[in-house]
Write a protein that binds this ligand. Structure first.
Ligand code: NDP
Length: 239
């Protein structure tokens, strides 16, 4: 039986490229998308269409997560890989001043997608991951969530909502890895690099294909993968 992966935010950017590469490595990928029509158009662009399907999944709609569990359980009976990729950067243009100027609403929306949604979805799906022999959770984080880099690199962009939401995601990664240490579930956070996507922009040095290839390398390690790590192209990033 094929390995089953759920990738959130799979309709474009890194999520689509992860889907593309994992289907070529023998995974069946369920593409979590907010908008079914746009998701189907993204699915249509895949070279390996038969190895993927689309599931409506809005990270802000936590009430729908038990239904996501039920659908996955009914169709596949297990989940081998969860990639928490969906994310937003809503204060990218506020940068340095965003600690002062960001609205409570924007801060909350950022955390709803980048943190609370991920925590709720992951906690819902852990029982299904435990039915796999080589389960893994990959949280797509950012070096902008590294407190070490924020403290030591003056050039690190200061986008308050995004930085803090990814720092919280990193802390969750460590907690979950600790909690699941006696199980086969590998839990890691990954910094993909600065990548040309809608979020990363055209000035970014990395193509999505290159950034995703190193994440796929980690995934393909299966039972030999590390757990509780924050990684960029196979190297540790300081938390
Ligand atoms: P994009 O902006 O290109 O894509 C973001 C994805 O997240 C889209 O698929 C979008 O779906 C989805 N999304 C946003 N909000 C929700 C929601 N409420 N529910 C479900 N899906 C949602 O970003 P990237 O591909 O660049 O980013 C992917 C991940 O990588 C993010 O977590 C980001 O923080 C991280 N990252 C990216 C970097 C970069 O340089 N690009 C650098 C470091 C980290 P929709 O199409 O419906 O809007």
């Amino acid at each position: 039986m094929k390995k089953i992966a759920l990738i959130t935010g799979a309709g474009r950017g890194l999520g689509w490229e992860l889907t593309n590469q994992l289907t070529k490595h023998g995974y069946f990928v369920i593409m979590g998308v907010r908008d079914e029509q746009k998701g189907l158009a993204a699915w249509e662009r895949l070279p390996e269409k038969n190895a993927a399907s689309v599931m409506v999944l809005d990270m802000e709609d936590q009430a729908s997560f038990p239904q996501v569990y039920a659908q996955l359980e009914k169709r596949n009976g297990k989940l081998d890989l969860l990639v928490n990729n969906a994310g937003v950067m809503l204060d990218g243009d506020l940068m340095k001043n965003s600690t002062n100027t960001i609205s409570a609403e924007l801060l909350k929306k950022t955390f709803d997608v980048n943190f609370f949604g991920i925590v709720a979805l992951t906690n819902t799906l852990v029982p299904l991951l435990l039915k796999s022999t080589t389960p893994a959770i990959v949280n797509i984080s950012s070096n902008m969530g590294s407190l070490h880099l924020l403290a030591t690199e003056p050039a690190m962009p200061k986008t308050f909502a995004y930085n803090t939401s990814k720092a919280a995601l990193n802390a969750y990664t460590l907690h979950l890895a600790y909690l699941l240490a006696d199980t086969p579930v590998k839990v890691n956070a990954v910094h993909p690099g600065w990548v040309k996507t809608d979020m990363g922009g055209d000035a970014a040095p990395l193509e999505a294909a290159e950034a995703v290839a190193s994440i796929v390398q980690l995934i393909l390690q299966g039972a030999n993968a590390p757990t509780g790590q924050f990684l960029h192209q196979g190297q540790e990033v300081k938390w």
